[in-house]
Design a protein around this ligand. Structure first.
Ligand code: MSP
Length: 630
């Protein structure tokens, strides 16, 4: 049954007490990205999503809306489906836990676990968080979501979770990458090591759930919503009907989950699977949470963002790109229009968009759009090999579930291509060496063709448009051919095309400097001696942190060779601290030290800025720390 080509990628199934929002979209974009990435590499990927419709929380929400739970669930389930259709999510199945086949699968699993001796009847006494649908160890407030808990005292069936403690620890020891990013795995292992209690897996105080199998003759119990929900990952693959063909997808499963539901997936789920003698997942891919302009998304605050509305404002793919690029998967991130616009304009319009425009512009101007060369490797073999190595290194980032790093490195290819154009000056080269100019353009086209495949999982439509411009289609056989080390895209025809990534409006931004009416003053020229008064040096950032209570400042520790200085820099809206570590910068050092937010800054980091965008300045090639700028 083990078919290495088949794999399952799943999203969590979404609760239907909430309309789809940006957080749900993020989870789903990650799953869709993983499907597209692996499918291009020839895998047969089954992408599963759906809705979680049972339980006390849904029953209460339905009652509040004066609807039956099923009526209520059906409406919201449809809203999720519509949302994923709008975003062209390539799911293979949309499961609802109210589906017949799912209910049968849950009953079948319950029967098997019972027959294994893993289920016994008892009484639950303790606290319960309805919002998380979780049993919590005697707290007035839920330790996970902070909401008030209720006291439960009811007859319940229990799952012998405690029996699985050692097997779970063994599993995580033998599969160190089962949970990514790694720090989440360590968290889970520590939790298991503290000792596991048996888990209550049925409820009797409400009815909105799946009944126990008839063989147990206990009609007042319904299955605990997390046991019900987790089983969707196999019920959708025909667990009840013994569809071995589909169940084969489960041999290689990646579950994408948010950090809030890690425990359910990393402890309960593998224990249930062990009891059912089913294979365990290959990876749990655990992402962080998005806040909105620094505030947690919440219905009561009224700041819940609808992904579709944001996409309509900024573009579907700009949104996908931003969410997947802006923060390392696993970390929390903050969503703001400003950050999205800046990221889109800097990366998509300026870097990639500009490169595409330059290529087609020059191809049309110098060669009527007809490019053909057999001398790319001869003229540009070293640059090509360097870019190829960069592209090949991207896979490791995706397999480690680090799409932000994958994209950061993909952009190094675009940046490198832009730098190569600046260095080669094709506008001059064309006058003396037509053949070499042609090779340069064919090299750029080749790099863009390869990159289109890498871009596809994150921005499928834009990647396809880029490929079409280059006369390619993004399918698995083409991918193989195009990825060859010495592949050259030649001949090809380029035509005039509208910009793929138009700039987004910055007009809604708050002005960064107060608008003061000024009289134009004639420029004052400096003597060279004036410039030499400035002590500007190259340094490497060795530490970067946010400054508490400041949304503008970052605190940087910069190594200038002879000493390390602490410099506060107003770049927090342009750079994430973790992206800066190891980067070289240039700084003005003989500036009077200044206190900001109670901290001393010993210099000024130099940057270039334009229309709300900002980029740090660094030497083109690495230089020893302490090198002087003159
Ligand atoms: N129904 C359960 C999952 C059962 S899976 C067997 C559930 N549903 S949920 O609708 O509450 O959450 C689904 C996913 O949305 C989770 O992965 C959660 O982390 C994600 N998000 C909800 N709000 C979020 C943010 N603000 N930011 C990022 N993702 C968040 O839990």
């Amino acid at each position: 049954m083990n078919n290495p080509k088949k794999m399952l990628v799943s999203t969590p199934i979404y609760y239907v007490n909430d309309v789809p929002h940006l957080g749900h979209a993020y989870t789903t974009f990650i799953a869709d990205m993983l499907k597209k990435y692996h499918a291009l590499r020839g895998k047969d990927v089954f992408l599963l999503t759906g809705t979680d419709e049972h339980g006390q929380k849904i029953a209460l929400s339905a009652a509040k809306h004066h609807q039956s739970p099923l009526e209520y669930a059906s409406q919201i389930s449809q809203a999720f489906k519509d949302q994923w259709d709008y975003f062209n999510i390539d799911y293979n199945h949309f499961i609802r836990t109210t589906d017949q086949a799912h209910q049968q699968a849950v009953q079948k699993a319950f029967e098997i676990m019972h027959a294994q001796g893993d289920i016994y009847k008892g009484k639950y006494q303790g606290s319960y968080c309805v919002s998380c649908e979780s049993f919590v160890a005697s707290h007035a407030l839920c330790p996970d979501c902070g909401k008030e808990t209720i006291i439960l005292e009811e007859e319940s069936y229990f799952f012998r979770l405690s029996h699985y403690q050692e097997r779970l620890l063994d599993f995580y020891k033998q599969h160190p990458k089962a949970i990514l990013p790694l720090f989440r795995r360590n968290e889970v292992v520590r939790f298991i090591e503290q000792g596991l209690h048996d888990l209550s897996i049925t409820r009797t105080s409400f009815e909105w759930g799946i009944k126990l199998p008839a063989s147990l003759h206990d009609p007042k119990h319904v299955v605990y919503v997390w046991l019900d929900a987790l089983l969707n990952y196999v019920s959708a693959l025909g667990y009840a009907s013994l569809d071995t063909n589909k169940m084969a997808y489960f041999d290689h499963a990646i579950h994408v989950v948010g950090k809030d539901i890690l425990r359910f997936h990393a402890i309960y789920w593998p224990a249930f699977l062990m009891s059912l003698e089913l294979p365990l997942f290959e990876h749990l891919c655990v992402h962080g949470w998005w806040t909105i302009e620094g505030v947690k998304m919440s219905k009561s605050i009224g700041n819940v963002l609808c992904a579709k509305q944001e996409a309509q404002k900024y573009g579907e793919e700009n949104l996908r790109y931003f969410l997947l690029r802006e923060v390392p998967l696993g970390q929390d991130g903050d969503f703001s229009s400003l950050a999205l616009i800046r990221r889109s304009n800097a990366d998509l319009s300026n870097t990639l968009g500009n490169l595409i425009q330059r290529l087609s512009g020059m191809a049309i101007q110098y060669f009527q759009g007809q490019l053909k060369s057999t001398q790319v490797l001869e003229h540009y073999g070293t640059s090509y090999a360097h870019m190829q190595a960069l592209l090949e290194s991207l896979d490791a980032s995706m397999l480690e579930m680090q799409p932000h790093k994958y994209l950061e490195d993909l952009w190094k290819v675009f940046e490198g291509a832009n730098v190569l154009i600046a260095k080669e000056e094709p506008w001059n080269l064309i006058k003396t060496d037509k053949e070499k100019t042609m090779s340069l353009l064919v090299l750029i086209a080749t790099l863009l063709a390869k990159s289109a495949f890498y871009l596809y999982p994150i921005m499928p439509t834009s990647a396809q448009k880029l490929a079409t411009l280059l006369g390619l289609s993004l399918d698995s056989p083409n991918f193989k051919a195009c990825m060859q080390k010495d592949y050259v895209l030649s001949p090809l025809t380029l035509v005039k095309n509208p910009p793929l990534f138009p700039k987004l409006e910055l007009s809604k931004e708050p002005p960064t400097t107060p608008a003061v009416a000024t009289q134009p003053t004639p420029p004052k020229l400096l003597k060279i001696g004036d410039f030499s008064k400035l002590e500007i040096k190259v340094g490497t950032i060795i530490q970067a942190k946010s400054v508490p209570k400041s949304d503008k400042l970052l605190q940087l520790e910069v190594d200038f060779g002879d000493r390390v200085r602490v410099i506060l820099s107003g770049i927090a809206q342009h750079y994430q601290p973790h992206d800066l570590i190891g980067k070289q910068v240039c700084a003005l050092l003989n500036l009077e030290p200044r206190k900001m937010m109670g901290m001393l800054s010993e210099g000024m980091i130099l940057s270039a800025s334009d229309a709300g965008m900002l980029k740090l300045i660094a030497p083109l090639e690495p230089m020893p720390n302490g090198s002087t700028i003159s």
